[in-house]
Design a protein around this ligand. Structure first.
Ligand SMILES: [Zn+2]
Length: 335
């Protein structure tokens, strides 16, 4: 999550917390609030871990995946920092927010609320003081050390836990290189800028993991196919003129490709490929008119029909991962 995201009131997620707990702190920053945040981040991280590792063969940019969302105490505003430190057990600036069940960090014995003193012997900052600037820089720097770590080589974590200092070697799984964030307060939005996939907070309140995976896989497909970069190279306007003429045609083309590659990503990660057409039929209508505007994205009904045919074919193919032909469009200029 971004810095700003951490500071927002998280109205919807807070509303999902048990009322008795939520009522305890008058500003909403109760222990239940932080656990709600952790739960949403873990759901996102688990979906991202499955999709990126199962589809490594489809990605030309890779990184070691540890299955371990990390955060920094400096991401929380001054008013929330003391309570965030208690809720997440920070003993240094960077901490493990959660571990993906049966992922590399979990298998190595890393636990939620472990604090990170060093990664591959690169020291991480101690607890911040009042002069430490607020922001996500510490989290980003820690993530960068993991991304730079050689593929398949164990990552050494120096962990602070309960006053003890532990050295834990985590054997990573290679996955697609991408960051994932929950976008707060934005409704049912989702974007992919080439490096980060962002999914609106509201998906984590009322949508199943499988439904969220449909949206995440579509956005990850945009990044794998380098759509942002290729649309920029084609000088495509994604703003007010996005629906007109050549802009509209090429944006629509990239949307159709992301839809198609998205179901392969789902299937390769062990999700039911039929989840995509089901999602667009049942809930896509809620999203059309918001993020997935009907003209630049095919209407949800038309989208579901096309995807259903593809999903049937994928479901009948036993091999995983499937490397689909649409992947070859990655190197073709849009014109
Ligand atoms: Zn899209």
């Amino acid at each position: 999550m971004s810095t700003i995201a951490r500071l927002l009131p998280l109205a919807l997620l807070a509303a999902a917390a048990p009322p008795a707990e939520a009522a305890r702190a008058d500003d909403g920053l109760s222990p239940a609030f932080f656990e709600t945040l952790r739960t949403a981040d873990l759901r996102m991280a688990t979906i991202a871990y499955r999709l990126t590792t199962a589809n490594a063969a489809l990605c030309d940019q890779l990184q070691p995946q540890l299955g371990m969302p990390i955060h920094a105490l400096t991401q929380y505003g001054p008013a929330a920092r003391g309570r965030a430190a208690v809720a997440f057990g920070f003993a240094s600036t960077v901490g493990v927010e959660a571990v993906v069940a049966n992922g590399p960090a979990d298998r190595a014995g890393v636990r939620a609320n472990d604090s990170i003193a060093a990664i591959n012997d690169v020291a991480q900052p101690p607890l911040p003081d009042s002069t430490t600037p607020e922001g996500a820089a510490a989290r980003d720097a820690a993530e960068a050390v993991i991304v730079r770590s050689p593929l398949e080589r164990p990552v050494r974590l120096t962990i602070l836990r309960g006053g003890r200092r532990l050295s834990i070697m985590v054997k990573p799984v290679t996955g697609c290189r991408s960051r994932f964030e929950i976008l707060l307060g934005s409704g049912l939005g989702a974007t992919a800028d080439g490096a980060i996939v962002q999914i609106g907070e509201r998906f984590f309140d009322g949508y199943t993991d499988e439904e969220i995976a449909v949206v995440v896989s579509h956005e990850l497909a945009h990044n794998i196919l380098r759509h942002r970069e290729r649309l920029d190279a084609a000088k495509i306007n994604r703003g007010l003129l996005a629906e007109l003429g050549r802009n509209g045609r090429l944006i629509r083309e990239t949307e159709d490709q992301a839809d198609l590659l998205g179901i392969y990503l789902l299937a390769n990660a062990g999700y039911d490929p039929m989840a995509a057409p089901r999602f667009w039929r049942q809930k896509g209508g809620n999203i059309d008119g918001g993020l997935f505007r009907s003209r630049t994205h095919a209407s949800s009904k038309a989208r579901a029909d096309v995807l259903e045919a593809a999903a049937r074919e994928i479901a009948a193919t036993p091999t995983r991962p499937i490397i689909p032909p649409v992947l070859a469009t990655r190197d073709v200029p849009l014109r």
